[in-house]
Each structure stands twice: as C-alpha cells, then as structure tokens.
Design a protein. Structure first.
Length: 315
C-alpha cells in the first residue's frame, strides 16, 4: 500500500520527488510500480479487464474486451503490421496484446518489455502455450539505452505506459534509434486536456483520485506527447482522441458495474481471511475512484484514449 505514494507525485516536480522518495527516487518509483502491479495484476485478471488498460470507445455496443480487440486491430493497421515484422511493445503487461497481434498477423514477432517480473512470466507462459514466437524481457524503460540494436524493429506500439516515463523526449530518441527508417509507431495514452486547471480545487481533487486508479505518475498532454515524438525525429501523422465522441465514460460505467460485483466477492473473502486486508482497500479505490474518472471524462478534463501515430523518415 505504501506504493501509492508515487501517484501523489509527478515527474515534472523533481523537488517533491526527492523530498518524498530521496535522491534515488527513480529507483524507488520502480520498486513501487512492481509492488503496485504485483497486486493489481491479480485483480485485473479476474475478468473482462485482464489486459489492464481502458480501451478507446470504438463501438458503443461492444464490451470492454471487444473494444480492446477493435483498438488492437486499429494498431495493426496504423503501423502497417506485416508477416515477418519485428515489433517492440513497451509496457507489454501480461502479453495478451502481443499475442493478439501475432495471431492476427501470422509471422509477426512481438518483443515486449515490462518492469514487473510476474507479468513477464505470465506473458511468456501465455504465448508459449499458443505456439507464438513472441519474446518478453524484464526491463524498466527508464533504464536507457534499451538492449536492442539500431534499426532492429519494423514498428513500435505502446498502450498507456508513458506516464511511467521520466523523460519522454529521451525515451523517444531511443525508440527512434531502434526502429527502421520508414517504421511507424503507435501510442495510446493518458493525457490531461486543455480544460483541466490544476489551480481549480475540484479539478485537483478529482485528479488526486484518478491518478492512483489508472496508475499514472506523470501527467502528459497531447502537446507534450507530440513534442517528444517530433523532437526525436518522427513525423506525426495522427494525433486525436480515439474514443467515439471523445468520451470513454460509457466503457468506464461497464467496468464499474463489473468491479462492484467483484467487490462483494473480495470483501467476503477478506472477511473469511482468504485474502489479505489490503485487497479490500484496493477494490474500494477501484470502485469509488472509477466515478471520479467518469466525472473528469464527462467534463473533458482527461482521457486515457489519446492516440498518436508517427513515422520515422526513410532518410
């Protein structure tokens, strides 16, 4: 539970990071992330949000899982994924997205990196069981350079991992290095939108509740994502909210209903001492803070479905 301290901080305020976590704050953030996802991973694996990301609202009639699959197909199209391509997946989670990519495009090989050894172990097992060639590496992507050769990958994608990056421009210079000329990259991430005002007390309180819910340390904006990508040398070819009408709240409501049912089960198991007490705290936060997310989404203050597609020039 002590890991939650990082979500009350922000990479942009280094003085606060040092005051709270000490001079080795980057290392401490990594430790907190491993602890946080070590538990959250199991909660999310209980059902329809096992991929641990909130997808864009691609189809109002579809479930959360169906919207995830629709978005992942959109990724494959956006990066022009072809048989034989090698693709880097940053923050790969439990390897489910990588498995979908390699299944949809036979012959494609995804290399996933993630800070959490438990998720990597599950990713390897899941993909091996399906006979997929994907590989997975335990790695903090703030630890640069990445362990890959120049021009090793035909494409790159990431889903809602960039708030965990201390220095986006430096990271994307490294991504630029490891992808081939002409390669496309796809980013889906959480951003604060222009309407968000950090000096507004209501906005700030909602943000305080939402950041732990979505596991965000940094608070990028559409402009900061674009600038990081362009400063590395990429050309941005798409920058937009991928959700229909710019809102994810209909999907969040579906997840909220699901987790409220799971909450009753978890509370009973905690009471019977089949689960440790902190599971009650976690599920309470997921349920109660989900409503804060819905409110911010409807106020168009934030989104986790901002989509940037860019290309490395041929020359």
């Amino acid at each position: 539970m002590a890991s939650y301290i990082i979500y009350n901080l922000d990479w942009a305020d280094e003085a606060a990071m040092v005051a709270a976590l000490g001079p080795s704050y980057r290392h401490r953030v990594g430790e907190c992330l491993r602890s946080y996802y070590g538990v959250l991973n199991h909660l999310c694996a209980l059902g329809s949000v096992e991929k641990m990301y909130i997808p864009p609202l691609m189809d109002k009639r579809a479930t959360v899982l169906e919207n995830q699959l629709l978005y992942e197909r959109a990724i494959a199209r956006s990066i022009d994924l072809q048989p034989g391509d090698r693709v880097l997946d940053l923050g790969c989670g439990r390897g489910r997205v990588a498995a979908h990519m390699a299944t949809a495009i036979p012959g494609a090989k995804i290399t996933g990196i993630n800070i959490d050894p438990n998720q990597i172990a599950q990713a390897r097992k899941f993909n091996v069981e399906r006979g997929l060639p994907n590989e997975f590496i335990v790695r903090d992507f703030n630890d640069l350079p990445l362990p890959f050769a120049d021009g090793q990958f035909d494409a790159f994608y990431q889903i809602q991992a960039l708030s965990l990056c201390k220095d986006l421009p430096v990271l994307f210079k490294e991504v630029y290095r490891v992808v081939k000329p002409g390669a496309r990259i796809s980013l889906l991430d959480w951003v604060s939108l222009p309407a968000y005002d950090p000096t507004n007390e209501e906005h700030a309180e909602l943000m305080r509740r939402v950041k732990p819910l979505i596991g965000a340390v940094g608070t990028p904006t559409p402009a900061s994502l674009e600038n990081a990508v362009e400063s590395a040398g990429f050309t941005v070819i798409k920058s937009e909210n991928a959700s229909q009408g710019g809102l994810q709240s209909p999907l969040i409501d579906k997840v909220d209903i699901y987790f409220r049912g799971v909450r009753q089960m978890i509370l009973a198991l905690v009471k019977l001492r089949c689960l440790p007490p902190h599971f009650k705290t976690l599920i309470d936060r997921l349920c109660l803070d989900g409503q804060a997310f819905v409110k911010m989404d409807n106020m168009r203050l934030i989104t986790t479905s901002y989509w940037v597609v860019a290309e490395k020039p041929l020359q």
